[in-house]
Design a protein around this ligand. Structure first.
Ligand SMILES: NC(=O)C1=CN([C@@H]2O[C@H](COP(=O)(O)OP(=O)(O)OC[C@H]3O[C@@H](n4cnc5c(N)ncnc54)[C@H](OP(=O)(O)O)[C@@H]3O)[C@@H](O)[C@H]2O)C=CC1
Ligand SMILES: Nc1nc(=O)c2c([nH]1)NC[C@@H]1CN(c3ccc(C(=O)N[C@@H](CCC(=O)O)C(=O)O)cc3)C=[N+]21
Length: 292
């Protein structure tokens, strides 16, 4: 008889942290001249991005963060985008700036991110913040990786001494998660599209983090019994009835009977990403207004 994994309820943890942020913001508002402010810049009409941006703005409203988002048409030039970032860098009401990725092909995302003031870079993607993460210095951390660490902490999972394997090596997710798990004393392995025999690598993992973007790439036979499985992937797929649904990078239905802990999609890592964005914005607000 197989035992089912503990389901890591990211939605519940996210709601709990958002509740705490809301009280914190309410309290701080009494000694501050203004609420915290976040600006999400979106270019073009990618429907998935539009949905995330709406979700972020709704969550801001719930915790008392003001939104100064701007939506640009697809044909926006690099100069216009850079000018908008420069304006937000100077805008005292704004504590956090995020450029929603991916940008349309004609735009240079790296140049845009590098233009954000590091102290307002609530996505943690500016080279200064990535450098701080690398060196173990305090700074703004990328939201999804920080959200994964917060989930592990909430479930009493200490990475120390554990074998942690991350599949995917992007700057947004895979690499910063590896650095955070390393800082938490895990033994870290990274796999990617050039790793032969992925299953042999993932089967060693006590903590398996998957951030690839391939629906159900990881099957039950690739999971070590009792492992902690964190599925970062979000893929929109159409099932055999023609209905659209979200699925992760892990075959959840089979992996849950092998794993010790597992995150569902939706309701796992996604809600934590948004929550850590709000947390980073509040942190930046506190630092910028000297409210500590
Ligand atoms: N839950 C959340 O909050 C978030 C979810 N996401 C989701 O996470 C997923 C990953 O996002 P992101 O990191 O930005 O994606 P990227 O496309 O930037 O990176 C994907 C990584 O997966 C690797 N890869 C691709 N195919 C394979 C394969 N067959 N086997 C092993 N590795 C492979 C790539 O390897 P290589 O480097 O060799 O090309 C690359 O390192 C997506 O589904 C995205 O939607 C992203 C951000 C937040
Ligand atoms: N600069 C930048 N920073 C990002 O952090 C960033 C980005 N660009 N581009 C796209 C990815 C993706 N991403 C998600 C955010 C929230 C959910 C989320 O809330 N998901 C919910 C539900 C989603 C739904 O139902 O549609 C869930 O998984 O339960 C998912 C994915 C942030 N990203």
């Amino acid at each position: 008889m197989s035992k089912t994994a503990v389901i890591i309820d990211g939605k519940a943890v996210a709601e709990k942290i958002q509740g705490q942020l809301r009280s914190q913001v309410e309290e701080l508002a009494q000694k501050a001249s203004r609420p915290p402010g976040l600006a999400v810049l979106m270019v073009g009409d990618n429907p998935a991005s539009a949905a995330y941006v709406r979700n972020k703005e709704r969550s801001c409203g719930k915790v008392g963060i003001a939104s100064y988002g701007r939506h640009f048409p697809e044909q926006t030039s690099q100069e216009e985008l850079m000018q908008a970032i420069a304006d937000l860098n100077e805008d005292d009401r704004v504590d956090g700036i995020l450029v929603q990725l991916p940008l349309p092909k004609h735009l240079d995302a790296v140049a845009a991110i590098n233009h954000i003031h590091p102290d307002k870079d609530v996505d943690g993607l500016h080279p200064v913040n990535l450098g701080r993460l690398m060196r173990g210095e305090p700074g703004l951390c990328s939201c999804t990786p920080a959200g994964v660490m917060a989930l592990l902490r909430e479930y009493g999972i200490d990475p120390r001494g554990k074998q942690a394997t991350i599949v995917g090596r992007s700057i947004l997710v895979g690499k910063p998660i590896a650095l955070m798990l390393l800082a938490a004393d895990a033994t870290v392995t990274m796999a990617h599209s050039r790793s032969p025999d992925l299953g042999a690598i993932t089967r060693n993992a006590d903590i398996l983090v998957v951030a690839v973007g391939r629906p159900e790439l990881i099957t039950a036979d690739m999971v070590k019994p009792g492992a902690i499985v964190i599925d970062v992937g979000i893929n929109r797929v159409t099932d055999y009835e023609g209905k659209s649904r979200l699925t992760g990078d892990v075959n959840y239905d089979s992996a849950k009977d092998v794993a010790g802990f597992i995150t569902p999609v939706p309701g796992g890592v996604g809600p934590m990403t948004v929550t850590l964005l709000l947390q980073n914005t509040v942190e930046s607000y506190i630092r910028r207004l000297g409210l500590e």
